[in-house]
Design a protein around this ligand. Structure first.
Ligand SMILES: CCCCC/C=C\C/C=C\C/C=C\C/C=C\CCCC(=O)SCCNC(=O)CCNC(=O)[C@H](O)C(C)(C)COP(=O)(O)OP(=O)(O)OC[C@H]1O[C@@H](n2cnc3c(N)ncnc32)[C@H](O)[C@@H]1OP(=O)(O)O
Length: 237
């Protein structure tokens, strides 16, 4: 009797697992009771194509608009004169800091950087960051894809906060090493249309002991429209 019960339970678990894989049932469950019941219970795994491990995602790709390319070329020219440097950008945070490590010291990558977590070019953020060491400034040229929608056809405010936090974070890291965002204060002045190109300008305003105070602005390509203003505090850890 006991053996029969164990077999029955195992069998039922297998059938349930199989049913969860079936698109028709998943769809039905979603319609009846919402997302919770159709989410797979098994562990999620991170897609990590090995070939991408050291791909620099800040180089132009076919999804970049002409205005994105024009701004990129402008800063690349300035880079050649020595004032700005283009920072490489990988799809895992840890890769930025292990590039010089011997293979044996490299940690296994099991996580993705939030701003680089979509595999299809152009759907999320396309961006490149330049750093000016003498002026303690960063510039981020970005294009927001259709998966970043908030209000209809416009970028989500949280996505705007993300790109500001990242641009300011890189500026603070380049200036002061390991830091954490302690405070991020944003004024949304005018909406950013999905697909448009915009520029984040960020600078270090002052440093007090472990505190790095920065300010940032997002403007459209020709600088005439102010989209967003922010102040950010990072604390050295
Ligand atoms: C080598 C290559 C380099 C190239 C770099 C290029 C690329 C980098 C690549 C990838 C990076 C990717 C993205 C960009 C990077 C970063 C952006 C994301 C960063 C984040 O997204 S990160 C997540 C959100 N973040 C948190 O999850 C923090 C939670 N939090 C804490 O972990 C603590 O809270 C902490 C550590 C903040 C402080 O803790 P603590 O114990 O160390 O310090 P303590 O509390 O003593 O404060 C010390 C002094 O700061 C003042 N202070 C503190 N907090 C304040 C506040 N909120 N407002 C005003 N003042 C504040 C105190 O008043 C005191 O001031 P005073 O000294 O004057 O009294």
């Amino acid at each position: 009797m006991f053996k029969f019960s164990v077999r029955l339970i195992k069998g039922l678990m297998q059938v349930t697992a199989w049913l969860q894989e079936q698109p028709v049932l998943t769809n039905l469950l979603y319609r009846i009771s919402g997302p919770a019941s159709y989410l797979p219970s098994r562990d999620l795994t991170v897609t990590w194509p090995r070939a991408e491990e050291h791909k620099d995602f800040s180089l132009p790709n076919s999804s970049w608009s002409q205005s994105m390319r024009n701004l990129y070329n402008k800063y690349m020219e300035l880079s050649q004169q020595g004032s700005w440097i283009r920072l490489p950008s990988y799809n895992a945070t840890v890769t930025h800091f292990t590039e010089q490590c011997p293979n044996s010291a490299k940690p296994q990558v099991t996580t993705r950087l939030f701003t680089r977590n979509l595999d299809v070019e152009g759907l999320g953020f396309e961006y490149v960051v330049f750093y000016n060491q003498a002026e303690q400034r960063t510039v981020c040229i970005f294009q927001a894809g259709p998966y970043l929608e908030g209000s209809h056809g416009l970028i989500h405010g949280g996505a705007i906060a993300t790109i500001i936090d990242s641009t300011a974070g890189i500026c603070a890291i380049c200036t002061a090493g390991k830091v954490m965002t302690a405070n991020l204060n944003i004024n949304y002045r005018s909406p950013i249309v999905l697909g448009s190109t915009a520029e984040v300008q960020c600078r270090v305003d002052k440093i007090e002991d472990r505190k790095i105070f920065l300010s940032a602005e997002i403007r459209n390509v020709d600088g005439q429209v102010l989209h967003t203003e922010a102040t950010i505090l990072f604390v050295q850890v």
